[in-house]
Design a protein around this ligand. Structure first.
Ligand code: NAD
Length: 476
């Protein structure tokens, strides 16, 4: 696998190389070049120049065609993308083939579809001046400009394309930085964008680390007009500090400590199966995964027993992304016990008896018995683990769900329609699922409240972030 920067339409691999480790085997799988501050500056300059070139003159239909060509390019290299995503993250191949790669294709097509039939620039209603009829107002949307896109390792291709597609759709130019842990599919995406005939400088890719590396060079750069970031909340704080210097607008998708509320009237089998998915998919390394489950007392014991059984039966799951992340997750497993948790399932390192044993796996884990104040219940672990606690009333369930510094997603399991409608809007989260999890229409608003994010992505919401309305007032 080749890992290269893509700057001003050229692939290059200059910069201090750093090793890439395969999380499934724990072995070194490649070497990645880290972009220098000079290279990041070259990329930002190229992006600025490209804004002034032919790209800046393209109409919406032409940009839509470009997005479709990128989607076609990913489809044409589907297997390579799936293999690269598996190599970088260790996720089960089925996930890469059914979620990550198809979703990347859909991200580009969805924004191409949103552009179809849209007037070139102006699309707001007109307002009649100051009420005297003496003026006509309309608004045009201009691209934000040069946009920095910084992505995490947990869904590398999906989350990168989720930002690059709307940024290009709105007419911006992009400098993207994937996670240092997962450079593979980002490099393939640059190859596809190059082959799609996107003019040099419109899309640039730089590899490297965050703090003290390419990420920080990018977020501190005065030539960047907007930062779209997905990652940890603490990183969001660091980026916001950097962005404050030049008052650069930010769009943040950050961490979570997502709650599931299981009411006594729920379809319990569905709630258990849904919680197995929401807590353990991709070994809990999805920002939307459930780490806190609250179950109404009459069905608490039955729910815990069923969830624990299913968790211990899981076999085909991927590793933590790195040795460091596995150490972090295992330190929470130990902390939970120190805090007084009952370990219903898991709690350690699995022994598969095959090559996976040298990888960074941890067991899917179900805990009970901790108070709401326990660190295990309050802090994002980002592994295959959930804590289950009982509640008595609807009021208490809402209070417990909201008792968190985070507010990304929540799931409500109930057969009572009125209760679903009562509870869902009271939960402090950007996304609330009822009797399902992780169903996404790409046009709906996506994002978090509190420490889970700033702004919303998805459909028009992303286009809003990636463009600036300019009001034109014509005196009559
Ligand atoms: P991270 O914050 O460590 O890294 C994310 C990206 O930011 C990487 O590319 C990294 O190199 C870069 N980075 C790190 N420090 C930086 C700095 N000071 N300046 C500029 N860039 C910097 O996150 P991660 O460990 O890769 O991903 C896991 C986290 O992401 C979890 O907290 C998870 O909840 C969150 N996440 C949130 C969402 C969401 O949609 N809300 C989605 C996926 C992941």
């Amino acid at each position: 696998m080749r890992y290269a920067h893509y700057v001003s339409g050229a692939f290059r691999n200059d910069g201090e190389p750093f090793p890439l480790i395969d999380p499934s085997s724990g072995k070194r799988s490649g070497t990645v070049p880290a972009a220098s501050e000079t290279l990041v500056d070259t990329a930002v300059t190229a992006a600025r120049e490209a804004l002034r070139g032919p790209w800046g003159q393209l109409g919406t239909e032409e940009r839509a065609q470009v997005l479709h060509r990128i989607a076609d390019g990913i489809e044409a290299r589907f297997t390579e993308f799936a293999e690269a995503e598996v190599a970088d993250t260790g996720r089960p191949r089925e996930l890469a083939e059914t979620v990550d790669v198809p979703r990347a294709v859909r991200n580009f097509r969805a924004y191409a579809d949103l552009l179809h039939g849209r007037p070139e620039r102006a699309y707001t209603a007109t307002a009649q001046g100051d009420g005297s009829g003496g003026a006509l107002n309309y608004s045009v949307r201009r691209p934000l400009g040069v946009v920095a896109v910084i992505a995490p390792w947990n869904l590398p291709l999906l989350l990168l394309s989720w930002k690059v597609a709307p940024a290009l759709a709105a007419g911006n130019t992009v400098v993207a930085k994937p996670s240092e842990e997962t450079p593979g599919t980002a490099t393939l995406l640059a190859e596809v964008i190059d082959a799609a005939g996107v003019p040099p400088g419109v899309f640039n890719l730089v590899h490297g680390h965050g703090q003290g590396g390419a990420g920080e060079f990018l977020t501190c750069h005065p030539g960047v007009d907007g930062i779209a970031f997905t990652g940890a909340s603490a990183t969001g704080t660091a980026i916001m500090r950097a962005a404050a210097e030049h008052l650069t607008p930010v769009s943040f998708e950050l961490g979570g400590k997502n709650a599931a509320l299981v009411f006594e009237d729920a379809d319990l089998d569905a709630a258990v199966a849904g919680t197995v998915r929401s807590s353990f998919t991709h070994s809990g390394q999805i920002c939307l995964c459930t780490e806190r489950v609250y179950v109404q007392r009459p069905v608490f014991e039955e729910f815990v027993a069923a969830l624990g059984k299913k968790a211990s039966e899981l076999r085909d799951y991927g590793p933590m992304i790195s040795a460091a992340h596995r150490s972090k997750v295992l330190s929470y497993y130990r902390l939970a016990v120190d805090e007084g948790a009952n370990v219903v399932a898991g709690g350690g390192v699995p022994a598969f008896g095959d090559g996976r044993d040298s990888g960074f796996h941890v067991e899917p884990t179900v805990l009970t018995g901790l108070p709401q104040s326990a660190r295990t219940v309050r802090e994002e672990i980002f592994g295959p683990v959930c804590h289950v606690a009982p509640f008595d009333t609807e009021e208490e369930a809402v209070r417990l769900a909201n008792d968190s510094p985070y507010g990304l997603a929540a799931t409500v399991w109930t057969r009572d329609l009125s209760r679903a409608h009562r509870v869902a809007p009271r939960v402090e989260a950007g996304v609330v699922w009822v009797n399902c999890w992780n169903l996404r229409d790409l046009r709906t608003p996506f994002g978090g409240v509190k420490a889970s994010g700033i702004g919303r992505e998805g459909g028009e919401y992303s286009l809003d972030f990636f463009s600036e309305p300019v009001n034109v007032c014509i005196g009559i």
